[in-house]
Write a new protein. Structure first.
Lengths: 311, 311
C-alpha cells in the first residue's frame, strides 16, 4: 500500500521553551480535503512549515508521500504546493511573469509552462488580467493568483494556510469552490488551515482541531459533532401543530428515546438511534401534525467552542 | 539558480536605482577623466610619455579628484545599494516563502542574487571604463599599449572584487536584519567607518604602540608606519586604493610610505612588469576575496537555519 500523503509522527516544535506543536500525529490519505482548525497561534502554520521543510522539528518526523520533509525537502517541495497566509507577489511583474518564475524554479520546460500558465489562469478566472502588473490587483485577485501559483506546478498535495482569511464572502466562496474542484477533478490532496469554521465545514472530508499545539479531536465533521456535543447521541428537533402530554408520553415510550424536552410547540428529543420515523407516527397518532423535523447536526462552531470551554 | 539569476538580473536592469546610480557614476567618471586629460595635456612636456594612458585614471585635476578616487568612494555605495534589501524585502513582501517552497536549495537563492548583482555591476563598471577610455583617447590622442590594456583589465577585476565585497556585505545585512532600513543604515555605518574613520583609528593605534617625535630613530618611525598601514589595511577601501594605484602606476615599487635611503641605493629606476606589480598587491587581492567569502559564510549559516514564515 502506498504511504499516506501526509504523515506526522510525534511531531514537536519548541520556540524558546514554549511548545508550539506537541507530539502531533496526523495521517492524511490521497485525495482527501483535511481541515486543520484552531485559533490563531495554535500551531497550524508551524505544522505546515515543518511538513514543507521550511522549519526543523524539535522532535518527531514529518513525512510527505513517504519523504522525510527535513531530510529531503526538495523531493517534498517538488510535489507540494503551498499558499502562505500572506501570499506575496512581485508587484512590478505581471501575473503571467510571476507564474513564469515559479515554473522556471520548478524546471518546467518553457513550451509546456506557457500552456500550463494559461490553463491555471483560466481556472481561477484571471485570464483577462494576466498581463497586468500584480501591484494593481485586489486582495481577492491576489489570493486567486495564489491558487493559480499553487496549481501551476501540478502538485499532488497542497497546503493552504488560511485561504479565505481577509477576503469578502463572495471571494471566499469562489476560493472554496476552486479547492473542491481541484480536489475532485485532479485528485489533489488538500490540507487547509483555518479559524473560520463554517466555511471549512462545507468542504472538508475530515477535520482536526488543534489547540495549543495538541490535536484535541479529529474525524469527519458529523461524527465529531455527535461525539463531542451530543455525547454519542442523536438529537432531533421537532415542531408540531399542537403538543400535548399524551404526545410526549408516547414519544418517550418509543424504544431508543431517552429524553424529551418540550417548550411550546417545539420538542427536542434525544436518543441513541435515529427515531425520526417512529416520532412522526406518534405525532399523527396523537392527532397532531409535524411541521418540521430536523436531525440536529453540529456545526463546527459548537464543537470548537466546546473545546475552548474545556481549555 | 539560473532562474533566480536571470530574474534578478532583469530586475536590476529595469530598476530605477540602477539607472540613477549609473547616471551618477557616469557623470563623476566623465568629469574626472575630463579634468585628468586636461591636466595631462597641460604638462605633457614635463612628464614621461610612458604609460600616459593609465594616468587618465589616476591623475587628479585642480578641482576634481581622480577616477580611482571616485570609484573607491562610490564603489561601496553601488554595492550596498544593490545588496541591502535583496533578502529582507522579499521576506516583507511575502515572496520569500513562496519562492522557498519551490524545489530549490536555499543557497541558490543567495548565489543567484549575488551573481546577478555582480553581473549588473560588472556591466556597469566595464561600460564606464570603456567610456572613460574612449573619452581619454579622443582628448589625449594616445592609444593604449597592450601592456596598458592588460593593466586596465586587472584594474577592472580589482574594482569588481571591491564592489563585490560591498555587495556581499549588503546581502549579509539583508539576511541579518528584518527591516530594510536597518540593514541599509548598518551597511552605511560600516562603510563610513571603514572609509573615513579608519585613518583616525590607525593614527591613534600607531601613536599608542610606537610613539614618534622629531628626534625619533628611523626604526621607530618605520614601526609607526608599519602599524599605521596594518590598521589601515583592515579597510577594503585602503586595499582597493593601494592595489589599483600599484596596478595602474607601473612606477610604484613599494607600498610603504617611508623608504630608507639605504634601501633605494642600487635601485634601478624604471617601470615594473605587470607580474611584478601584481605580486606587490597579491595579498590585497587575497584579502578582498577572503572578506567576500566571510560575508558569504555568515549569510549562508544564518539563512540556511532560518525559519521562513510568511508574516
Amino acid at each position: 500500500m502506498a504511504p499516506p500523503v501526509v504523515e506526522t509522527i510525534k511531531l514537536t516544535k519548541d520556540y524558546d521553551g514554549t511548545r508550539a506543536v506537541d507530539s502531533l500525529d496526523l495521517r492524511i490519505e490521497e485525495g482527501e480535503i483535511f481541515g486543520f482548525l484552531g485559533p490563531n497561534g495554535a500551531g497550524k502554520t508551524t505544522t505546515i512549515l515543518m511538513l514543507l521543510g521550511l522549519t526543523e522539528p524539535t522532535l518527531g518526523v514529518a513525512k510527505v508521500c513517504g519523504h522525510d520533509a527535513t531530510r529531503e525537502p526538495l523531493k517534498v517541495k517538488r510535489i507540494t504546493g503551498y499558499l502562505p497566509e500572506n501570499v506575496g507577489f512581485y508587484e512590478d511583474l505581471t501575473a503571467r511573469e510571476n507564474l513564469r518564475y515559479i515554473t522556471r524554479l520548478n524546471r518546467i520546460p518553457e513550451r509546456q509552462a506557457s500552456g500550463k500558465i494559461d490553463e491555471v489562469l483560466e481556472i481561477v478566472g484571471l485570464s483577462e488580467v494576466a498581463d497586468r502588473e500584480v501591484g494593481r490587483f485586489s486582495r481577492g485577485m491576489k489570493r486567486r493568483l495564489g491558487m493559480a501559483d499553487v496549481l501551476v506546478k501540478d502538485p499532488r498535495l497542497v497546503f493552504l494556510d488560511e485561504p479565505t482569511a481577509g477576503i469578502d464572502p463572495d471571494g471566499a466562496s469562489q476560493i472554496l469552490d476552486f479547492i473542491v474542484s481541484m480536489s475532485k477533478e485532479k485528485g489533489i490532496t488538500v490540507l487547509l488551515s483555518s479559524h473560520l469554521l463554517h466555511q471549512v465545514q462545507k468542504i472538508c472530508d475530515r477535520v482536526g482541531i488543534i489547540v495549543k499545539g495538541c490535536m484535541v479531536a479529529e474525524g469527519p465533521v458529523e461524527r465529531l459533532g455527535r461525539e463531542v456535543v451530543g455525547g454519542g447521541q442523536n438529537a432531533l428537533e421537532v415542531q408540531v401543530t399542537e403538543s400535548s402530554a399524551n404526545l410526549i408520553e408516547s414519544i418517550e415510550s418509543i424504544p431508543g428515546v431517552k429524553a424529551v424536552e418540550c417548550s411550546g410547540d417545539m420538542l427536542s428529543i434525544r436518543g441513541d438511534k435515529d427515531v425520526r420515523a417512529e416520532v412522526s407516527r406518534a405525532i399523527f397518532e396523537n392527532g397532531s401534525l409535524p411541521l418540521h423535523i430536523r436531525a440536529q447536526d453540529y456545526t463546527l462552531e459548537e464543537i470548537y467552542l466546546k473545546y475552548f470551554r474545556e481549555e | 539558480m539560473r532562474a533566480v539569476f536571470w530574474k534578478e538580473l532583469a530586475d536590476y536592469f529595469g530598476s530605477w536605482r540602477f539607472i540613477i546610480i549609473f547616471a551618477v557614476i557616469c557623470l563623476a567618471a566623465l568629469s574626472a577623466t575630463y579634468t585628468a586629460a586636461q591636466t595631462i595635456r597641460g604638462d605633457i612636456a614635463q612628464t614621461p610619455t610612458e604609460y600616459v594612458f593609465l594616468r587618465l585614471f589616476t591623475t587628479s585635476g585642480e578641482t576634481l579628484p581622480s577616477f580611482i578616487f571616485f570609484l573607491s568612494f562610490f564603489g561601496p555605495l553601488i554595492g550596498i545599494i544593490f545588496g541591502f534589501d535583496v533578502i529582507n524585502s522579499e521576506r516583507s513582501r511575502g515572496t520569500l516563502s513562496r519562492v522557498l517552497s519551490q524545489p530549490l536549495f536555499r543557497d541558490s537563492v543567495i548565489n543567484g542574487k549575488f551573481l546577478a548583482g555582480l553581473t549588473a555591476i560588472a556591466i556597469m563598471l566595464a561600460s564606464i571604463i570603456l567610456v572613460v577610455s574612449g573619452l581619454g583617447l579622443r582628448m589625449i590622442g594616445v592609444a593604449p599599449a597592450p601592456g596598458e590594456v592588460a593593466r586596465i583589465g586587472v584594474f577592472f577585476l580589482i574594482s569588481l572584487l571591491y564592489v563585490g565585497f560591498w555587495l556581499g556585505l549588503g546581502i549579509l545585512f539583508s539576511v541579518l536584519f528584518r527591516r530594510t532600513i536597518t540593514s541599509v543604515l548598518a551597511a552605511i555605518a560600516i562603510w563610513i567607518s571603514l572609509a573615513l574613520f579608519i585613518s583616525m583609528f590607525a593614527g591613534i593605534a600607531a601613536n599608542w604602540v610606537a610613539p614618534v617625535d622629531q628626534h625619533s630613530e628611523a626604526e621607530a618611525i618605520l614601526e609607526h608606519e608599519r602599524i599605521y598601514d596594518s590598521v589601515m589595511r583592515i579597510s577594503p577601501t585602503t586595499l582597493f586604493g593601494e592595489a589599483t594605484e600599484t596596478v595602474l602606476n607601473p612606477g610604484k615599487r613599494t607600498l610603504r610610505g617611508v623608504v630608507l635611503v639605504r634601501e633605494v641605493e642600487g635601485m634601478i629606476p624604471g617601470p615594473l612588469a605587470l607580474g611584478q606589480s601584481l605580486m606587490l598587491v597579491w595579498p590585497h587581492l587575497v584579502a578582498l576575496i577572503a572578506l567576500i567569502l566571510i560575508c558569504f559564510a555568515v549569510s549562508y549559516v544564518r539563512f540556511m537555519r532560518e525559519e521562513i514564515r510568511a508574516t
